[in-house]
Design a protein around this ligand. Structure first.
Ligand SMILES: CC(=O)N[C@H]1[C@@H](OP(=O)(O)OP(=O)(O)OC[C@H]2O[C@@H](n3ccc(=O)[nH]c3=O)[C@H](O)[C@@H]2O)O[C@H](CO)[C@@H](O)[C@@H]1O[C@H](C)C(=O)N[C@@H](C)C(=O)N[C@H](CCC(=O)O)C(=O)O
Ligand SMILES: Nc1ncnc2c1ncn2[C@@H]1O[C@H](COP(=O)(O)OP(=O)(O)OP(=O)(O)O)[C@@H](O)[C@H]1O
Ligand SMILES: N[C@H](CCC[C@H](N)C(=O)O)C(=O)O
Ligand SMILES: [Mg+2]
Length: 489
């Protein structure tokens, strides 16, 4: 139990009606989760306005209401607090409620269009290997040391973040690495957190359904750096056009990593094979298990972060050479058939191009590359034709299919993708809306030595259709079909 006034410490208040010493047992921003003694924060969302649920929250036992505008009739037994920005208030309140756990460990955020999960996963493994109690918040899973907790978002809501950080602190964690999605930054899910550092991976086309313009998307990412305190570090990819923009207005200590540009942390790719990458990092030659040029950037970002956290160069590189990629990222499905089958979470044009470019570097030219790809429903529509075009340009056969259609019709999403297929490429494409059948088709078309890429879902173990998540795992289905169709090869 904490007093309302303590939970509101550092929140800028516009008006108060009622008792600020009210005891608060829990916070909630969803009226359906309110119980006796709750402080309910009303948030204007993308679907509905939380202010419309204030009455419901009070009926369910809310003792305090935090909102941007007050309801007409006030309930005398409830404290009303008016704030300018409820999302920001929720962030700060959550941090206060859980005892500001981010101040009690080294918290580092990774942002960018691609590579966040990869970087936090590498950092988590690296710091575990270096002997630290470590936490991680990622798209794939959240972790407190070896304990695995299910993740629902790339960056959880403010209450969940702080609750998890508090658990990490109580379990002795000294470090936590988290992804900061652009949605989370704009929705202020990370307000109230104290970051030791922030890392920028790259920026390319994504989420314009939500951010509307590319400039707004850039601004969302930049906000993370603008809000860093002096004394924190900002580490950015200086080969990315937007790297310098991230550093423009930050008070943090500025650092750069790059393969091509002048930077504090530099790497050179010495060799790049299906077995891994050999890099020269700051004068040390090291082998890594990760595959593909783009992973050289991720490894370098992780190396720079570790050095900025005062770790020893050689210890870091030794540990890092043993770490595994994140689940569903360029993951090769073992098969005896001689077919190279892989699953990758590439769900943006840039990621798809990177992965297919990597495959192009390995292939001899005597085999077929068969790509299975779809685009998410109720998400950025502009990326659909672009992803179809990239898939066609880099593959010999493309099976266009579904990837979490959500509330859209799968055929309509595929039709949007097809507008990116040029007449010359048309003969390369097949449409199989059912993803399981699409994978089966790709496997049937493949012969020994061919390469199959199933893109877009990576670690996901579901297909989301009309609000329901049905079990679906690209890797398992790919394996099942390979065993079924190619067991005699
Ligand atoms: C578009 C988006 O980001 N939506 C997030 C947002 O919900 P919203 O704005 O749609 O909320 P809403 O349904 O309009 O409701 C508004 C308010 O009324 C409240 N309410 C609503 C109904 C009710 O009966 N009572 C009630 O109190 C809601 O709890 C909410 O506070 O705030 C919710 C609480 O934090 C999130 O769960 C929700 O994530 C949805 C499920 C989602 O799919 N988000 C994705 C796009 C997302 O966040 N993705 C990024 C990763 C992207 C990437 O990296 O590629 C992520 O960080 O996961
Ligand atoms: N540094 C990088 N640059 C470009 N593409 C990358 C990079 N790292 C990974 N990728 C590609 O992007 C895909 C997603 O990688 P990852 O899951 O690490 O990114 P993410 O930023 O966490 O994505 P999300 O926003 O969906 O959580 C990978 O499967 C790979 O295809
Ligand atoms: N974090 C991203 C993941 C997209 C993954 C892809 N499989 C899809 O569903 O579009 C999102 O929620 O937009
Ligand atoms: Mg991620």
């Amino acid at each position: 139990m904490a007093q309302l006034k303590d939970i509101l410490y550092k929140v800028s208040l516009q008006s108060v009606s009622g008792n600020m010493e009210t005891a608060v047992a829990q916070l909630a921003f969803d009226s359906r989760k309110v119980a006796d003694g709750t402080a309910f924060v009303a948030i204007k969302g993308t679907q509905v306005d939380g202010h419309e649920y204030i009455e419901k929250a009070i009926e369910a036992g809310a003792v305090a209401i935090i909102c941007e505008h007050l309801p007409e009739n006030l309930n005398e037994s409830v404290t009303y607090v008016q704030v300018k920005d409820s999302e920001e208030a929720l962030g700060i309140m959550s941090a206060n409620f859980f005892g500001n756990p981010s101040e009690k460990l080294h918290l580092v955020a990774i942002t960018g269009t691609n590579g966040k999960t990869t970087c936090v996963t590498l950092l988590y493994q690296l710091f575990r290997g270096l002997g630290y109690n470590t936490g991680m918040l990622s798209t794939v899973e959240n972790k407190i040391n070896d304990e695995v907790l299910k993740a629902t978002h790339t960056t959880p809501d403010a209450i969940t973040i702080n609750e998890l950080l508090a658990q990490m602190v109580s379990k002795g964690c000294t470090h936590c690495f988290m992804e900061a999605s652009s949605h989370a930054i704009v929705q202020r899910r990370i307000a109230g957190l104290k970051f030791k550092g922030a890392v920028f991976t790259n920026l390319s086309h994504e989420h314009l359904d939500y951010h509307k313009t590319f400039d707004e998307y850039i601004r969302a990412k930049k906000l993370l750096f603008d809000n860093l305190p002096a004394g924190a570090f900002a580490l950015v990819n200086y080969d990315d056009k937007r790297g310098p923009i991230m550093l423009q207005n930050t008070k943090a200590w500025k650092h750069k990593y790059a393969l091509k540009s002048f930077a504090d942390y530099k790497a050179k790719i010495l060799s790049n094979t299906l077995q891994g990458l050999e890099l020269d990092i700051d004068g040390h030659t090291v082998w890594f298990k990760l595959i593909g040029d783009f992973n050289a950037y991720n490894l370098l970002a992780v190396y720079g972060t570790a050095i900025l956290l005062d770790e020893e160069e050689t210890d870091v590189l030794q540990e890092l050479s043993a770490v595994d990629p994140a689940r569903g990222r360029f993951e090769i499905v073992p098969t005896k058939s001689g077919i190279t089958a892989l699953v990758d979470y590439a769900h943006t044009p840039d990621a798809l191009e990177n992965v297919l470019h990597t495959i192009k570097e390995f292939r001899t030219g005597n085999e077929k590359v068969i790509t299975v790809v779809g685009c998410g429903g109720n998400r950025d529509k502009e990326k659909r034709p672009v992803m179809a075009k990239i898939a066609c340009d880099f593959s010999d056969k493309v099976v266009l299919t579904s990837d979490n259609p959500r509330f859209e019709e799968p055929d309509a999403i595929i039709a949007d993708m097809q507008t990116g297929v040029t007449p010359a490429n048309f003969r390369k494409t097949l449409v199989v809306a059912d993803r399981r059948e699409a994978i089966k088709t790709a496997v049937s078309l493949a012969e020994p030595k061919d390469i199959i890429l199933v893109a877009g879902k990576g670690h996901e173990d579901y297909q989301e259709i009309k609000g329901e998540r049905f079990p679906f795992d690209d890797k398992l289905i790919l394996k099942e079909m390979l065993d079924l169709i190619h067991s005699q090869d």
